[in-house]
Design a binder for this molecule. Structure first.
Ligand code: ITT
Length: 196
């Protein structure tokens, strides 16, 4: 089975990736880099995904991919966006800070989306794919499933918060699920071309 190194230290993300890329032996970059993470100083999800994929390839020497993702709230001009992971010290505090920032914002202006960019790097080839999902920010944390901002994000597709959705339900519509599906399709195309 082909090996792919996932440039993430986030266990929630890795679990979702393993489900969707089940045709690959997925390893975590943590098995190679001793926990050292590259500085995600890109201005876009795409730049950060490439930084992660290149760093994972540099330390593993194996085909690697990195994902950068985040939550963009329209009423906050797209924040926290690429700063989603650094918005506050813990995921719960991130949620509370977001809810406080939107405290006076009415329902119709609480629209938001999750975005995910996946970058692939194997020393020869690099490419990126993206996925997004639409919804809005709730008024309180709802549900205990998932991770990060899931409890405050109401999914337009699922008609419930990601915090209430099972992993399979979330993967079917989520930004990462969609980006991973596009990524899996690209990998399949590459494999097919390699065999020609
Ligand atoms: P790695 O860099 O090790 O992959 P990370 O948690 O720092 O892990 P990102 O840099 O991609 O990941 O930061 C994205 C943040 O956005 C993440 O920490 C969550 O707070 C949030 N996020 C991304 N996808 C999410 C999802 O599906 N559900 C909830 N929150 C999510």
């Amino acid at each position: 089975m082909d090996i792919l190194v996932a440039a993430t230290h986030n266990k929630g993300k890795l679990a979702e990736m393993k489900k969707i890329l089940s045709g690959f032996e997925l390893r975590s970059v943590g098995d190679y880099d001793g926990g050292v993470e590259p500085e995600e100083n890109g201005a876009t999800f795409e730049e950060n995904a490439l930084i992660k994929a290149r760093a994972a390839y540099a330390c593993s020497g194996l085909p690697s991919f990195g994902d950068d993702s985040g939550l963009c709230a329209d009423a906050l001009g797209g924040a926290p966006g690429v700063y989603s992971a650094r918005f506050a010290p813990t995921p719960h505090e991130c949620n509370l800070k977001l809810l406080a920032a939107l405290a006076d914002v009415p329902d119709e202006k609480r629209t938001a989306h999750f975005a995910c960019c996946i970058a692939y790097c194997d020393g020869d080839t690099e490419f990126t794919v993206t996925g997004r999902c639409e919804g809005r920010i709730l008024h309180a944390e709802t549900g205990t499933e998932g991770f990060g901002y899931d409890p405050v994000f109401y999914s337009d597709d699922l008609k419930m918060s990601f915090g209430e959705a099972g992993m399979d339900e979330k993967n079917a519509v989520s930004h990462r699920g969609r980006a991973l599906a596009a990524f899996a399709a690209k990998l399949a195309e590459m494999r097919k071309n390699d065999r020609k």
